[in-house]
Design a protein around this ligand. Structure first.
Ligand SMILES: [Mg+2]
Length: 115
């Protein structure tokens, strides 16, 4: 298991060996990321909640590839924007803990504005 910095370096190496950084504008990366998220969502299109578990099993390899595509673009975007994703995740979880205190949010999927 690689850590996030190792993965980011692998993604940068892949990109730089192909001279693709020139195409990695924030806009292009945001759009590519959105496309990959849509490709992931498409695997479950028209499933009901229960059958989505079957889809996750039956399309596991494809699912894995789309999840990897998403992370690759996210790591690429973090590189271009010089954002430390580890810190970003820790900071966002801290904000989410304040927005969703356990005593109010446990067992409910309500948005924080509804708690
Ligand atoms: Mg894809």
């Amino acid at each position: 298991m690689e850590n996030i910095n190792d993965l980011q370096n692998e993604v940068k190496k892949f990109r730089d060996e192909r001279d693709w950084k020139q195409f990695h504008t924030p806009k292009n990366l945001a759009m590519a990321l959105s496309v990959e998220v849509s490709e992931l969502a498409e695997l479950f299109l028209w499933d009901d909640n229960k059958s989505s578990f079957d889809t996750a099993i039956n399309k596991r390899e494809h699912l894995q590839e789309e999840m990897a595509d998403i992370l690759i673009y996210l790591l690429s975007m973090a590189d271009v924007l010089n954002i430390d994703l580890s810190n970003a995740v820790i900071d966002k979880l801290s904000k989410n803990r304040r927005k969703y205190p356990i005593e109010k949010s446990k067992g409910t999927c309500k948005k924080y504005t509804e708690l």
